[in-house]
Unconditional design. Structure first.
Lengths: 404, 374
């Protein structure tokens, strides 16, 4: 590709794959940097026009429900499908699981933070930060060990979230069984009993679907930080700082707060109508990228139907479905469609999470893609430093008598 | 475009968004060719000579130097928030002494963030109430993190001290001399803002998600910690320390110049002439080093700088701010691993100003990436 050609983008994403891509590029630059190409990646491909999401070339529909989160994390981070390298997968899995043993001081720190009343995303961020202090000392040369540590973070974040869920419920901490997957242990922590394999499979599905979604704000933040060659704990603290924002993690949380108070389908339909008429927003609707239904929604809707049935909560599914249909009828003509958070939040709820915990659970899944992209950035990237135009005051002398 | 006005619609740029104009700003202007830096139109050299850090932080945030009444109010606000929540100090007891002080400070800040009033309110007026809290809490927490390196406990606040003086008192546990306080304050002033560098950009992406200002500062701190950014002042000083004197510095630099070595603390993406911040800080560093009997370290630095600049100055490579700050912080008694902390305390002013400037228009910042099939 010659740099003089203007690259046509759909909101910054591409409806083709480009093997001969080269910098510099020429693109349109929109608000919020829509249309800008900030990096090249081999991790995932997102095509909003056809509704395709593929991890390392494998469409997500082929992974969801068939392969667990640990395998998908391996695929995203190393680039290899698990069947290609069984020994590598085995050592990846055992690293991931053993990294869940956290220093007791980190749990003490969380306990000191009034975990019942403090927002779980704040606890998670502090926990990751404290873990970084335990993992790396001031004299460490982090460069050599970088990749190993980044992979540990995926397991550590999962462990922190499980601990936070238990602390919130006033339960004692548990040790993680190395024979149990990340999803099984998290379900066990949420339910406080032997995990139901069906619930663990649902959590795996959710994490797989949340594992990567292009350069969303948390991932992009982490890339900028990684481009300065910061240690991986800084990358994740920065990513979590973006993820907990009201437009992201807060929006996932908002879905539950909104749906759980509805008394049934009729109430749901009325509520959608009155909310839209007074110009309010329906959480779980609208997406920056997709101008069509989010491809992940179909999978999650089906999953919610079956989980709700299993748990005798069919009415919750019927209400949700009614809200989706009514909101779609009213909003689709404006290009606003249901997004992944709508059904995912309800699924997290049925697995035992309360609303504030939901963004933390979603973060566990996202760690896989984030770490994969951070690794790419460190291997090939250069410092992010765009320019800005100065439009401020011209040169001026200090006022008379200015001397402190 | 992420700022307030519309960008050129079509742009060409390279990897790392090199050359991409992402927005406009009224906060600072960097003149790379002349080696000048202006905050809101004022030359930093003038500000460092005549203004206090309190005045400069007000200027960077609000756009004008404060009137006497505004300055009193800003001062009161800063003083009011000097005592961080106890929980943040308790967190320090849960992390090892030998962790990097910036990581310790980061952890304290993540805990303190849970106790900021109206923590989840991200309306614009609530965001404007945060800079004073963040600045004052940060100074006290950072001082405690530095002391924790040596297992020392935090130092209680003292009344009627300026921002810079208070930080030195709490970090060093002693009263700085007027020269020390002045030198340190100058280092805060010249590092208070520097355009949309990577850390400011990271902060901006976070604020664009609707997050609170403290979250944006944490992201900026992450970028700053990297060795390509704030960590460079530590590396530059360590390079200097292993040199035995001016002659060794000259000889070593000449050898390394022939190898094409990239010297930490030298060269800048924007400045192609002497860095204005270096010119402000050098006289302070020399005076401090000489007063502590460290004149030889100064001579070594000077020999190193002159040799490298003689070799590379024609290519626009001069000493940058990372090379000189250590020569202010070392004679004050800070360990090298703590050098990024004062930088962080200063530059977060600029990050917050960029966030607050961005917020009224703010779209979420989410660029794309190209999937490479091969």
């Amino acid at each position: 590709m010659r740099s003089s050609e203007v690259i046509k983008t759909v909101d910054g994403y591409y409806d083709w794959r480009e093997p001969s891509f080269a910098w510099p590029v020429t693109t349109e630059v929109g608000r919020g940097l829509i249309g800008v190409i900030a990096s090249t990646t081999k991790v995932a491909w997102l095509d909003p026009a056809s509704g395709t999401l593929a991890y390392r070339g494998v469409p997500v529909e082929q992974l969801a429900g068939r392969v667990g989160f640990e395998q998908v994390a391996h695929l995203l981070i190393t680039g290899d499908p698990p069947e290609k390298d069984p020994a590598g997968m085995e050592s990846f899995r055992s690293n991931l699981r053993s990294s869940r043993q956290l220093p007791s001081e980190v749990l003490d720190l969380l306990r000191d933070m009034d975990p019942v009343h403090t927002h779980p995303t704040r606890l998670l961020r502090a926990g990751v930060s404290a873990l970084g202090c335990h993992e790396l000392s001031a004299s460490d040369d982090i460069a050599g060990e970088r990749h190993w540590r980044e992979m540990r973070i995926v397991g550590q974040v999962a462990a922190l979230v499980a601990h936070i869920a238990r602390l919130r419920a006033g339960r004692k901490p548990v040790a993680f069984d190395p024979d149990k997957s990340l999803a099984e242990s998290t379900i066990a922590a949420l339910a406080d009993r032997e995990p139901d394999p069906a619930d663990a499979a649902t959590l795996d599905l959710l994490w797989v679907l949340y594992a990567d979604h292009g350069l969303d704000a948390p991932t992009f933040t982490s890339l900028i930080v990684a481009s300065c060659l910061a240690d991986p704990y800084y990358n994740v603290v920065a990513g979590l700082s973006a993820l907990r924002g009201p437009r992201l993690g807060g929006a996932v949380e908002g879905v539950l707060q909104q749906l759980l108070v509805l008394r049934g389908p009729e109430d749901g339909r009325d509520w959608v109508g009155s909310t839209i008429e007074r110009g309010g927003r329906i959480a779980g609707f609208g997406h920056r990228v997709y101008r069509m239904a989010d491809p992940r929604v179909t999978l999650l809707r089906r999953e919610l139907a079956s989980v709700a049935k299993r748990k005798g909560q069919e009415s919750l599914f019927i209400t949700a479905r009614t809200v989706e249909e009514e909101a779609t009828r009213r909003l689709a003509p404006k290009g606003i469609h249901v997004n992944i958070n709508f059904y995912a939040a309800l699924l997290f709820h049925l697995l035992g999470a309360d609303a504030p915990l939901v963004p933390c659970l979603y973060a566990v899944g996202r760690m896989a893609g984030l770490v994969a992209r951070v690794r790419e950035q460190i291997d090939q990237g250069r410092l992010f430093r765009p320019l800005s135009h100065y439009t401020g005051h011209g040169k001026r002398p200090l006022p008379e008598g200015e001397d402190a | 475009m992420i700022g307030r006005s519309d960008p050129p619609r079509l742009q060409s740029y390279g990897s790392g968004l090199d050359g991409l104009v992402v927005g406009s700003t009224d906060i600072s202007r960097v003149e790379g060719r002349e080696g000048r830096l202006y905050y809101r139109g004022y030359d930093v050299a003038d500000l460092a000579a005549h203004a206090s850090f309190e005045e400069v932080s007000f200027l960077v945030l609000h756009g004008n130097l404060p009137s006497p009444r505004e300055l009193r109010k800003w001062n009161d606000e800063l003083v009011q928030w000097r005592q961080p929540p106890e929980e943040a100090f308790a967190a320090l007891q849960r992390i090892p002494n030998n962790a990097h002080p910036l990581a310790q400070y980061r952890t304290m800040l993540t805990v303190a963030a849970c106790h900021i009033p109206e923590a989840e309110n991200t309306q614009l007026d609530a965001q404007w109430r945060r800079p004073a809290r963040l600045m004052s809490w940060a100074a006290s927490l950072a001082a405690a993190a530095i002391r924790h390196l040596n297992g020392q406990s935090p130092v209680q606040l003292k009344e009627n001290l300026s921002f810079a003086h208070q930080f030195l008192w709490q970090a060093l546990g002693r009263n700085p001399t007027p020269e020390e306080a002045k030198a340190f304050e100058a280092s805060l002033i010249v590092q208070a803002e520097h355009g949309l560098h990577a850390a400011a950009f990271a902060a901006l992406v976070v604020i664009s998600t609707g997050a609170d200002l403290g979250s944006a500062v944490l992201a900026g701190m992450g970028a700053l910690s990297g060795v390509r950014h704030g960590g460079a002042n530590q590396l530059a000083f360590q390079m200097l320390q292993q040199l035995e004197g001016p002659n060794h510095a000259r000889q070593w630099a000449k050898e390394k110049l022939n190898e094409g070595f990239r010297f930490p603390g030298f060269g800048h993406r924007v400045y192609k002439s002497p860095d204005p911040r270096v010119r402000v800080l050098e006289p302070h560093a020399r005076a401090l080093l000489q007063s502590k009997g460290l004149g030889r370290l100064w001579e070594t630095y000077l020999a190193l700088r002159e040799t490298i600049e003689a070799g590379l100055g024609s290519r626009g490579i001069y000493a940058n701010v990372d090379g000189i700050t250590g020569l202010v912080y070392h004679p004050l008694g800070f360990p090298a691993s703590a050098f990024p902390i004062p930088f962080c305390l200063a530059i977060q002013t600029g990050w917050m100003a960029h966030c607050l400037e961005y917020l009224p228009a703010g779209a979420m910042i989410e660029p794309g990436s190209v999937f490479l099939d091969k």
